[in-house]
Design a protein around this ligand. Structure first.
Ligand SMILES: [Zn+2]
Ligand SMILES: [Zn+2]
Length: 240
């Protein structure tokens, strides 16, 4: 299969702006999380919480159950820390996954509407290959992990139950996150849009200011700054 260089190069600019907005969304959620963990008296780095995660999942990915490796482990938020799911960095919502599951789950985390389950993590574990369109990418992912359908359904169901049990042990933080969710999503939408608008306007203004330096020095790029007068002639081999 050929690699599409043009597509990958072209994606950089639009991604950069949404990356900044998403970063701000994450910072806001982390700030709310700090207040919540202070209220419930337990953070995700507390020894008691680490022990709880270890007892529930061991040193395994909480989704696929594969052993975690030092360079292949990710801090995983069951309810994604984004503007769609508004998950917090609080006990009950944080565990460890393999980087592959962390990446594959983003399709559910970033879906505006979920069809299989009420939350992103439950939806991710519901792609057992029996309820989606034939080309569903998450169903395809789980088929690569467990090819046999009966085994796949059983394993995914068992992982879902294990996570539910884990979360029941941290119900206070989970309940607060539920209460705040719809309000948070509305604020996160505002933060995201404000950041994009700020970035667009700020960059536009400073780009003009930066290029004005060249305008004052026409010798730099005379052809480019004078309306393209110096555009090279079309190649003779080009069709007219
Ligand atoms: Zn995994
Ligand atoms: Zn699916």
């Amino acid at each position: 299969m050929s690699f599409d260089v043009s597509k990958h190069l072209g994606g950089a600019t639009s991604r950069a702006k949404s990356d900044v907005a998403n970063k701000l969304v994450g910072m806001f959620l982390h700030e709310v999380s700090r207040k919540i963990t202070a209220k419930i008296g337990m953070g995700v780095r507390d020894a008691r919480y680490v022990q709880s995660v270890t007892e529930s999942f061991g040193a395994e990915c909480l989704y696929c159950g594969k052993g975690l490796e030092l360079d292949r482990a990710a801090v995983e938020h069951l309810d994604g820390m984004n503007r769609f799911r508004a998950g917090l960095h609080i006990p009950g919502n944080v565990a460890l996954s393999c980087v592959r599951c962390n990446r594959e789950k983003r399709r559910d985390d970033q879906a505006i509407l979920l069809h299989l389950a009420p939350s992103g993590w439950e939806s991710f574990l519901s792609h057992d290959g029996t309820r989606c369109q034939p080309k569903c990418m998450n169903c395809s992912y789980w088929m690569t992990i467990w090819a046999n359908e009966t085994e796949r359904i059983d394993r995914l169901s068992a992982r879902r139950q294990r996570i539910l049990n884990f979360r029941q042990g941290h119900s206070e933080g989970i309940r607060l996150n539920e209460i705040l969710r719809s309000g948070l999503i509305s604020h996160l939408d505002e933060v995201y849009r404000d950041c994009q608008a700020f970035a667009t306007e700020s960059i536009r203004r400073r780009t003009e200011e930066t290029l004005a330096i060249l305008e004052a020095e026409p010798s730099c790029f005379p052809a480019m700054l004078k309306g393209g007068q110096g555009t090279p002639p079309a190649s003779k081999s080009s069709p007219v």
